[in-house]
Design a protein around this ligand. Sequence first.
Ligand code: SF4
Ligand code: SF4
Ligand code: SF4
Length: 328
Amino acid sequence: MSERVKVAFYWCASCGGCEEAVVDLAEKILDVINLVDIVFWPVAMDFKLEDVERMPDNSITVSFINGGIRLSEHEKVVKLLRQKSKLVVAFGACSSWGGIPGLANLYTREEILERAYLTTPTTHNPDKIIPGSKTEVEIDNTKIEVPVFLASLKPLDEVIDVDYYIPGCPPTPNVTWKALETLLSGNLPSKGSVLGASDRSLCDECPLNKTKPENVLIKEFKRIVNFNPEPNKCLLVQGLPCLGPVTRGGCGALCVNANMPCTGCFGPLSDVRDYGGKAISYLASILDLDNEEDIKRELSKIIDATGLVYKYYLPKSALKGKVGGSKS
Ligand code: SF4
Ligand code: SF4
Ligand code: SF4
């Protein structure tokens, strides 16, 4: 990629953290701006969709798309960006595997709308209006099309072809920068590669790894809300379900450095097909208990097993969730 590259950023079902992650490049953002032309970035610059529609096909060098696909509008825009882009990168956990908003796939669309618009304790909705039944409205003679809330959230690669993935919730500045350097170098890795992160597990770069024995065995699981871990000692060895052993490295063990167990936002290593399946089988394998009652008691201490092992991965998993496999 020797000529000045054209770059687009777009967000789908996203918390905004991945957009912040681009700004988190700090002074390096100036290097980025010197190297690229940003041709579409709705959160920061006043480009319209029509501007993209007018661009020739394949004229955008690379589109970075964060967030999962939850609205008909997301489907429409990412399909357009695919048509106009040479490369598409899934940026962050939500885009790559569904992420935290993907946990909503444990519920049907109707259950989600009912909860959000009728039954939350802070809701005041005496007319019981639930959006989504009408997708075209007319206000002051102007027709407005309201996006449809789809039946489930999908990772980006279930809607369009994706060339590369950048993991993290959000991707850390060093990972984003390394990924950008790879893309700008023109020396592109094979399609489907994960950019910017490590090919080894998080434990490999964790400063507490030296206190973790090769075969970890624990008698009980603890919860970080009511347990203050000793510093400088592997959190897993202390009973906290740290997912570092099954998570891709690259973040520099950010959470562990803050005395919090890894929750897996860099996703699986390349040879793992289902992150949550791998995580739960690893946790089960380190429980040093023989008695069935003891095992049941310890497993019951994991309050939200799905949320623990599939926090970022449910829509991409074999389970997919209650509605993950349904068509919208
Ligand atoms: S990956 Fe994390 S930071 Fe990025 S949009 Fe999703 S929830 Fe937000
Ligand atoms: S604290 Fe977590 S990431 Fe660090 S060595 Fe232990 S299990 Fe691995
Ligand atoms: S420690 Fe785990 S959860 Fe925290 S940023 Fe790194 S990969 Fe993500």
